[in-house]
Ligand binder design. Structure first.
Ligand code: 5AD
Ligand code: SF4
Length: 477
């Protein structure tokens, strides 16, 4: 595991996953509630994997669960309040089960746990375990301690050991049907954008070794995955130790992944403009498996605000990256994140963001009103933007992005695109799948196409999907 930056870490003794004891092996219910990004979805699956040897199996409802995990997200507003209100509900479940003689272990994981562990235990003393995102591999040990202990167990270190060295590899693709899978290759962030909690909740950037990623990818493909989305808070800052002892970037990793037989599609998210290097741009030209869709957050189009955000790039840098990407892969579709109302954002700054959107053209995007996150530099900054101004800016920005999304989808009508079919549509006889540009596509077709890629002529565009007809029923991949 290569860590990019020395950071203060609490050095803890290395713990391995506890072997199950006989009494551990009875079947117990586990209910995981997941908020936030795909990395949390991935982490929830890993926590489920790590608890399986202790006899825990997923159940649909908390009242059937011997253990409930809230995997939380802290990135935007009211995260902690949502957690406390869910905990209030779970307290009742726990009490009802206790009255029936059943124990329920309540765990809070994820970024809210990392940021507000002590507050959680003070406000919700019935919580048994609080664990940060870097300590999931120690969950079995924490469960054992919680079962024994009278008090709560809290573990929100950023340990020097790496959780991926101790977690089992993904046992199977995590998405329904298993044809598309997530794989976390990198965690944490050193960029310290003014508005963002991630560097504080997820710690410094670190990358998994190449071999460990390839092993997990091969396993996912063996169990049916045709598409893998590589995950990381700064995924294109990947710098994992290669089998040759050198540090590999994402381009090299993608090339090695593309050589895995049966793996048809590779995606990655989320990227930072500063880490969009030449090799990765060239990989979009050279690797057919690397899908022509890129989520590349820019946040703002104003250089003044980008500087205040500590983004480390200008609007011109972003435009230049887009030009080079389109040169390498002319059909690449772009997605982004935008924040309106960062402290100090004037009408002119907002207009610069609108102009950048008009110039670049996005296939889709996510946009947010700035919300102060305690402990981040922007939260205490002067010139906070009034809520009604943020509302108006968000509305204007989203209207423009919606127009662009519709125009992008309209642009695929009449084209023939390869679609990876992943399941059934809502109507009988209908299949659903994804285009290379991550568009949902529906066609009438045989079940045998599920798990395969076939050419589809796009006929119609709806609000959030496309429909088309198969022009080639025999799967070619
Ligand atoms: N306020 C609003 N949006 C935020 N994001 C991160 N922190 C904040 C905040 N404090 C958005 C950014 C980031 C996305 C995941 O969430 O746009 O890219
Ligand atoms: Fe947050 Fe900025 Fe790091 Fe993205 S790059 S995770 S926005 S600090």
């Amino acid at each position: 595991m290569v860590r990019r930056r020395a950071q203060e870490v609490s050095i803890v003794t290395q713990h391995s996953v506890c072997p199950p004891t006989e009494s551990d092996r009875e079947v117990k219910g586990l209910h995981v509630i997941t908020w936030g990004c795909q990395m949390n979805v991935y982490d929830s699956a890993r926590m489920t994997d790590v608890l399986r040897p202790l006899g825990y199996q997923a159940v649909d409802a908390p009242d059937a669960a011997d253990m409930v995990i809230l995997n939380t997200c802290h990135i935007r507003d009211r995260a902690a309040e949502k957690v406390f209100s869910e905990l209030g509900r779970l307290r009742l479940v726990k009490e009802t089960r206790a009255a029936e003689g059943q124990r329920t272990i309540l765990a809070v994981a994820g970024c809210v746990a990392q940021a507000e562990g002590a507050e959680i235990l003070a406000r919700a003393p019935y919580v048994d375990i609080v664990l940060g995102p870097q300590t999931y591999h120690r969950l079995p040990e924490m469960v054992a301690r919680a079962a024994r202990a009278a008090g709560a167990v809290i573990d929100t270190d950023f340990p020097a050991e790496q959780k991926f060295d101790f977690l089992p590899d993904a046992q199977a693709p995590q998405t329904p049907g298993g044809l598309t899978a997530f794989l976390t290759i990198q965690e944490g962030c050193d960029k310290f954008c003014s508005f963002c909690v991630v560097p504080y909740t997820r710690g410094a950037e670190s990358s998994r070794p190449v071999e460990s990623v390839l092993r997990e990818a091969r396993r996912l493909v063996e169990t049916g995955a045709r598409e893998i989305t590589l995950l990381g808070q700064n995924v294109n800052g990947y710098h994992g130790e290669g089998p040759d002892g050198r540090v590999w970037g994402l381009a090299g990793l993608a090339e090695a992944l593309a050589a895995i037989p049966g793996l048809a599609r590779i995606r990655y998210t989320t990227s930072h403009p500063r880490d969009m290097d030449d090799a990765l741009i060239a990989a979009h030209r050279d690797l057919p498996a690397l899908m022509p869709f890129l989520h590349l957050p820019v946040q703002s189009g104003s250089d003044r605000i980008l500087a205040a955000m500590n983004r480390g790039h200008t609007a011109a840098d972003y435009r230049d990256i887009v030009l080079r990407l389109r040169d390498a892969r002319p059909d690449i579709a772009l997605s982004s994140d935008f924040i309106v109302g960062h402290p100090g954002e004037s009408d002119a700054d907002f207009e610069a963001t609108m102009q950048l959107i008009r110039d670049v053209g996005f296939a889709q995007a996510f946009s947010f009103k700035y919300s102060p996150r305690p402990g981040t530099p922007a939260a205490g900054a002067p010139l906070q933007v009034p809520e009604d101004v943020k509302d108006a800016r968000l509305q204007a920005l989203q209207a423009l992005l919606r127009t662009q999304q519709d125009a992008f989808n309209d642009g695929t009508v009449g084209r023939v695109v390869p679609v990876l079919f992943t399941g059934h549509g809502r109507k009988p006889g209908q299949l659903s799948g994804r285009s290379p540009y991550l568009q949902a596509v529906h066609v009438d077709g045989p079940d045998a196409l599920i798990g395969h890629i076939a050419q589809v002529e796009i006929r119609e565009r709806y609000t959030n999907s496309l429909s088309g007809t198969l022009i080639q029923e025999r799967a070619f991949a």
